[in-house]
Design a protein around this ligand. Structure first.
Ligand code: ADP
Length: 575
């Protein structure tokens, strides 16, 4: 704590007074011990020289000039002599002072102590501090210095009194100041320690805030990274639109669907994201029919709203749109739009629709024919006319019935395949016999000839009924789709563990770009060519059956030269 100016001034005054007192004491001591012969005293008339020895007069003048009080006491403590300085100190006229008992001038409290001091001074030079009382009852602190003197007129006690009032005052002020200083120091210390505690607490608080902030920032950053990686990898397109429908963010999937780069897609209107929009019925979509427009007008989310777009690569894509308005509190700030490419889903739906129409057509044709045969048969039975047509009508009815049964079988097989692997009943069979028996069933009433070559004795390990199904389908297809072919050639060859059976026709063949899809479900090379019946399931089922046997069904075809379908099945050696 810094000392005040006043405090410093007091301390200086105090030390000056103390120094003066010490000087005065020294002088007195020197005078008493006879160390000084003469004194130069500064009076009102300038400096004066006083000789001490043998000059009583001079001595008295000196005593008068002293700033200290000087007394001489007799053995009863009566004042024999006083200088005027002492009288002045007490405010009592000098003539009254002389003759007074010294003890009467001492305060009541210090009187007995003063007497003790004075009593002891007759034997030993003494110095003490005590308080006198002036004529108005004020207490004056003095230092007294006593020495017994052997004078001509007998023993007396010389007393020199130094007024300590100023000293005491400055001392007490100093004490007060010191106390105040101490209190201030304590307060400062307390404040300091409070401050330290507060600073420490604040620092800890700050540190923990910073730690919390850092932790929150880390969580936010990792959430942001997670969100960004989700947005970048999600299979759905996502666009954020502002209040006027312009794109402010689009994830990579959205860019891909619309065939626009990250820069190109920004600030495009939802309606110009694509080059054209269509409804599912194929009509051009107006802006007011767009799901984002509808959502903005109603301020309600839209879900699974499907439209077709033509993107900037001129590709047609079906998208299903979900859109929802974004709010900051009550304020509408934009739109979040997610969309999925549902082209495949649409295609399957189209295929299903088409399949149903094909299937109903396929079933209806033999059924109509069957119905006609049955009606004719009924008429023949009723009228007994044209009974010679009966066998032909029955054969026709049977053939149409077989077609319906075949279609129903195909459908049932597909549903079986869908619900798990086909169960197989494996047995050893002669492959050539199997081929011949199937060919007989199919080719009997046709002009087409079967030519069979290769390993006629080869035994295979197969589910006979299933392999018959494959062969029947291949022969039927050759008849249906290679009707120009007069022969069907079957070659049986033996591999190490598998037998290979190839069914070759010499028909129109299949365009190379169609070959890859031939074994797909519902696939027909020329679905519009309704001259032949079929659901696009025969090769799909055959492929599944061969795969279940651990073999392979493949096709080679040269357009205009015919096709060869080959399959492999396990031989006995495969056991
Ligand atoms: P479907 O049951 O409708 O006959 P498939 O799955 O058996 O269907 O055959 C699929 C398609 O493969 C047919 O639509 C046909 O166009 C083509 N195809 C099959 N076999 C032959 C073949 N031998 N010659 C030419 N095209 C064929």
């Amino acid at each position: 704590m810094e000392k005040s100016k006043e405090h410093i001034a007091l301390e200086q005054a105090f030390s000056q007074l103390k120094a003066e007192l010490e000087e005065a004491n020294d002088v007195i001591h020197a005078i008493r011990t006879g160390e000084i012969d003469a004194l130069v005293v500064k009076g009102s008339e300038g400096h004066q020289l006083f000789t001490l020895k043998s000059a009583d007069h001079t001595y008295r003048i000196f005593i008068e000039q002293m700033s200290e009080g000087a007394l001489t006491l007799d053995k009863f403590d009566n004042i024999l002599y006083s200088n005027s300085q002492f009288a002045k100190l007490l405010g009592i006229p000098l003539e009254k002072v002389i003759g007074m008992n010294f003890s009467a001038l001492v305060t009541h409290e210090d009187r007995s102590f003063a007497m003790e001091v004075v009593g002891g001074a007759w034997d030993v030079d003494t110095r003490a501090e005590l308080r006198l009382e002036n004529y108005v009852g004020e207490k004056i602190s003095v230092q007294i210095s006593l020495k017994a003197l052997e004078l001509d007129e007998g023993k007396s006690l010389s007393v020199i009194l130094t007024d300590l009032t100023a000293l005491k005052k400055s001392q007490s002020q100093l004490e007060i100041q010191n106390k105040e200083l101490e209190i201030a120091r304590q307060i400062a210390e307390e404040l300091n320690s409070n401050l330290e505690a507060t600073v420490k607490a604040r620092t800890q608080e700050l540190e923990s805030n910073i730690r919390d902030k850092v932790r929150v920032e880390e969580v936010l950053r990792s959430n942001e990274q997670r969100l960004t990686s989700i947005l970048h990898t999600m299979g759905e397109g996502l666009c954020i639109l502002d209040t006027i429908g312009q794109v402010t963010f689009a994830n990579p999937r959205a860019q891909k669907i619309f065939a626009l780069s990250a820069e190109e897609i920004l600030l495009r209107d939802y309606f110009t994201l694509q080059s054209e929009c269509f409804s599912l019925d194929g009509s051009t979509l107006q802006r007011e029919q767009h799901p984002i427009y509808i959502m903005s007008v109603n301020q309600k989310p839209v879900y699974d709203h499907e439209i077709m777009i033509r993107n900037h690569k001129d590709e047609s894509v079906y998208i299903s749109i979900n859109a929802s308005p974004l709010y900051d509190g009550e304020i509408f700030i934009g739109v979040v739009m997610t969309f999925t490419d549902v082209t495949n889903r649409r295609k399957i739906a189209f295929q299903k629709d088409e399949f149903i129409s094909v299937a109903s057509h396929e079933i209806k044709t033999p059924l109509t024919s069957l119905k006609a045969s049955m009606q004719l048969l009924t008429r023949v039975m009723e009228t007994n006319l044209g009974s010679e047509k009966i066998p032909m009508l029955i054969q026709k009815a049977n053939s149409n019935l077989a077609k319906v049964v075949h279609l129903a079988d195909d459908l049932m097989n597909v549903s079986k395949i869908q619900h798990g692997p086909l169960p197989l009943n494996l047995e050893e069979t002669n492959m050539a016999s199997l081929v011949i028996s199937c060919a007989e069933q199919i080719l009997n009433h046709t002009p087409v000839k079967l030519v069979i070559e290769g390993e006629m004795e080869l035994s295979v390990l197969v589910d006979q009924q299933r392999i018959e199904q494959v062969l029947v389908n291949l022969f039927n297809n050759a008849l249906k789709y290679a009707s120009e072919s007069k022969i069907i050639k079957v070659i049986i060859s033996q591999g190490e563990k598998f037998a290979k059976v190839s069914v070759q026709d010499f028909g129109a063949g299949i365009p190379p770009e169609k070959l890859a899809h031939l074994f797909d479900r519902y696939y027909q090379v020329d679905p519009q060519g309704k001259q032949v019946s079929g659901l696009g399931l025969g090769l799909y089922i055959s492929h599944e059956i061969i795969q279940r046997h651990g073999g392979e069904l493949t096709v080679e075809s040269t357009f205009d030269f015919g096709s060869t379908f080959s399959f492999t099945v396990p031989t006995r050696n495969n056991l």
